[in-house]
Write a new protein. Structure first.
Length: 93
């Protein structure tokens, strides 16, 4: 190998080394930016999950209260009917 060929190989290896260093720097920046975006997305997803859980709990509570109110209304009507029947047991029509 001549000195010029050796110099050319060394220059190309230096260029390759610079390109790899630049790629590593850009990849690191991209990974950091992606990690930051994923952290924001994870925080939003966690907040959304908490809100969904609260809405679900509220819906279940409302359903239970609605069924309880229906049951209570039926009991009130039954007691009122029995009271009316007992009160008017011997009354003439």
């Amino acid at each position: 190998m001549t000195e010029d060929q050796t110099r050319l190989i060394v220059d190309r290896l230096d260029d390759l080394h610079r390109c790899l260093d630049e790629h590593i720097r850009e990849s690191t920046q991209w990974r950091q930016a992606t990690a930051a975006r994923l952290d924001v997305m994870q925080a939003e997803l966690t907040k959304n999950t908490e809100i969904t859980d609260q809405v679900r709990a509220t819906a279940v509570t409302a359903r239970i209260v609605r069924k309880g109110m229906g049951w209570l209304s039926a009991m009130v009507v039954s007691v009122a009917s029995i009271w009316w029947a007992v009160k008017n047991w011997g009354a003439q029509p």
